[in-house]
Design a binder for this molecule. Sequence first.
Ligand SMILES: Nc1ncnc2c1ncn2[C@@H]1O[C@H](COP(=O)(O)OP(=O)(O)OP(=O)(O)O)[C@@H](O)[C@H]1O
Ligand SMILES: [Zn+2]
Length: 644
Amino acid sequence: MAPEMSDVELAKSSKVLMVGAGGIGCELLKTLVLSGFEDIEMIDLDTIDVSNLNRQFLFRKRHVGMSKAKVARETVLKFRPDARIVAHHGNVKDSSFDVDFVRTFDVVLNGLDNLEARKHVNRLCLAAEVPLIESGTTGYLGQVTAHVRGRTACFECNPKPVPKSHPICTLRDTPDKPIHCVVYAADLLFPRLFSADPNAKSDLDEEDAVELSAFTRSPGESPESFAVRVYDYVFRTKIERLLAKEEMWADEKRKKPTPLPAFTELVPEGPTAAAHGTDGLNGDGNNSNNTMTSTACKALGLRDAHAAWTDADAARVFVSSFARIVARDESDGNHGTDKFDKDDALAVEFVAATAALRSANYGIERKSLFDAKGMAGNIVHAVATTNAIVGGLIVIEALKVLRQRKAGGDAGGVATPVPCAPCPYRYTFVKQHKSNSRLLEPMEPDPPNKSCVVCGAARVELVCDVESMTLGRLIDEVLKKKLGMNAPEVNAPETILYEQDDGLDDDEIEQYAKNCKSTLANLPAGGVRHNTALRVSDFTQKFEFDLIVTHRPGDEWDDEEDPDGYVLRGDSVSAESNENNAANGENNEENGAVAEDVDDCLIVDDEDEIKAATATAGTKRKRDDDDDDNDGGGRGDAKEIRIE
Ligand SMILES: Nc1ncnc2c1ncn2[C@@H]1O[C@H](COP(=O)(O)OP(=O)(O)OP(=O)(O)O)[C@@H](O)[C@H]1O
Ligand SMILES: [Zn+2]
């Protein structure tokens, strides 16, 4: 028998695929090459942003705007010129990165930041029978997990927690936490004012004529006057209207809001001066729109992003940022396409100012611009050291699966894992260091879940009203969004209802488009009704399962319990039943944040949670509440808003 290979020999003789060249990816690539790996391919779809430079150390200022994968390769080749590194600037979901492509690697290493891509890679790895090392970090917390087909749970064997959403009534009428004010500003008021999405207004309120005219710019109205009118409506008139709804305040425990003073009372210099601040004063003193290039805070001399504004300053920033957004959209010819973006300084100012004024209405602690940005943008500040530790742990796990694979490999280099006892793989959690606690917490991986919809033989049940659920909604919301499918094909017992393929002829395209608009009950060949089994597949992910449709009439749904109007049931697709996840969400909301950011997967930070995670094989994550740096972060990717 050949002597066992050293780690370096093992590394040298293995071919690895890295997905993601961001915070974790940069650390991982460096550790891979310094550990002896020489044959590496890397995929990343993104270009380098200035905000990456503080931790993605393979990139420099001169690289901003360039491909992450390509620059990472060039930088590493400078200190390891002999390595064979192939950089792909692209989306891992592209058809060129298919199962055959994945099969050419000995192991796949994920350094991704979103659940969709993670699920896709998991499915490719299962189909290609290539082990996957999965990872995630959030601030000081992180984890690395090994997934080997048939030996351990796959990445999707356990449900992922669903981002917690805020009841819309609370956001709209009775906020009592800073996060409610921020989410109101970013998810309700911002799209209502600046987006062309016709549905945006329905989230804000059941509109009446007063509301409609308050939010509509009159012909010829200046951006500043429009902004002031909205200010007076939102923070004054609207609150007065709410107070007039006596039944709402019958419960004495509910604190009544206070209308703010009218804008002109609060800001004596008036709207134009407030909106422009020092803009234009250096030139001809003419405050025209042309000079509105800077941000509201710069123009108003509000330099401290950590300071809480006075009501008057918040009102100034509100009007100034509002007017600038309107003017910018006008000059871009872009009106109506705006969506809140955490990297848009004006949008952040608008949200911070709105949240501060709303906090003043409701007597809630107000957050600074910096905090509001963190909350609205779901920013948990990355810690480079955590990424470095996670990069190292990925390499350690990779070496273990490679050793196992090589031990079972045949002469042609085709490797299959051999049974191993005790199992050498680990899930490792990086915790925030506290005295008496270990920084790294390893645990044995879970076995595969027989009821996993991806690697097991599970069926999924969709409970819905077949008279109102359309096939299009089923495809977009259920199959693509909830189940992470890329290109789903839906087969009814007698006919194909939907498929996506370049080779479709015009008749088919037309028929599928028609089907998408149809309710399930009205689909061809008798429709999809109670107890119909649909066969759903995705060729690009080599993934298929039976979807059993259970009809529940519309009038039997409770809006509060099931705001989506449908329920997806299956052992590995529904996280609602996982008590630990629920507990997790609560903890974090106390801190003003909703934790379940689907970006980074399983994060646990105390021993009980790790035990719970072992017991349930549950993937869950938690933002560290003790982390001051994280104060403003993490309301989750939760864009869904629950109707209360
Ligand atoms: N579908 C995908 N295909 C290829 N690469 C992806 C895909 N989804 C995400 N990525 C990459 O994964 C990396 C994740 O890294 P990271 O979490 O550090 O994100 P970032 O965008 O660099 O930083 P931040 O989100 O904090 O601004 C990113 O570089 C991103 O481009
Ligand atoms: Zn599985």
